[in-house]
Design a protein around this ligand. Structure first.
Ligand SMILES: [Zn+2]
Length: 188
């Protein structure tokens, strides 16, 4: 059962308030949005918050959206999901991708590797504080979804590090992941 903040969970006779719950007028009320967990042994009811972020660890792969390019050296990424974890992330939202961590070659212009609005798959190399530090310098990492600058339609894979718009023919350069367009497996 999911309850919202301030919602009655049960009466005091049934259960006592545990974590994230309190007593009011002989009733047990939730203090967060979350999932009710009844502990029959202690006769307490706890609420596990829904917005509790999974802890990001070094080595985790994450899906994120490029929300800013600080030319010439930094892309700012809003992290949307940790690969392999079902829940979307509410409270560890930002990562940075330094130009030197995009791929193993020397990069002349960050704008030929990644663009505003791209969805990327990246690996966390430092999670000690927010923003976490990301890299995309492996074959499966990089841009997994991007849109045409002209048409705003999804680009298709063209060839290594190139994407094409089937509508207008525009070719755009990216550090393309080999999983480009495979959102079906990534978002699971
Ligand atoms: Zn186009």
């Amino acid at each position: 059962m999911i309850v919202i903040t301030g919602e009655k969970i049960c009466t005091l006779e049934e259960f006592l308030p545990g974590e994230n719950a309190y007593e009011y007028n002989n009733e047990v009320i939730s203090s967060v949005i979350g999932i009710v967990q009844k502990d029959l042994k202690s006769r307490r009811v706890n609420v596990k918050p829904l917005n509790e972020a999974p802890v990001i660890k070094e080595g985790d792969k994450v899906i994120g959206r490029v929300i800013d390019i600080k030319y010439p050296a930094i892309a700012l990424i809003k992290i949307l999901k940790i690969l392999g974890k079902k829940r979307f992330i509410a409270s560890i939202p930002y990562g940075v991708l330094y130009v030197g961590n995009i791929k193993n070659d020397i990069i002349i212009d960050i704008r030929k590797e990644i663009a505003y609005g791209d969805i990327i798959l990246a690996k966390v190399i430092y999670a000690g504080k927010v923003p976490v530090q990301l890299v995309t310098n492996e074959d499966d990492l990089g841009v997994i979804y991007a849109y045409c600058f002209n048409c705003n339609l999804p680009l298709k894979y063209y060839e290594e590090n190139k994407l094409i718009c089937e509508n207008c023919g525009r070719i755009e350069l990216r550090k393309v992941s080999k999983l480009y367009g495979r959102g079906d497996i990534l978002w699971k």
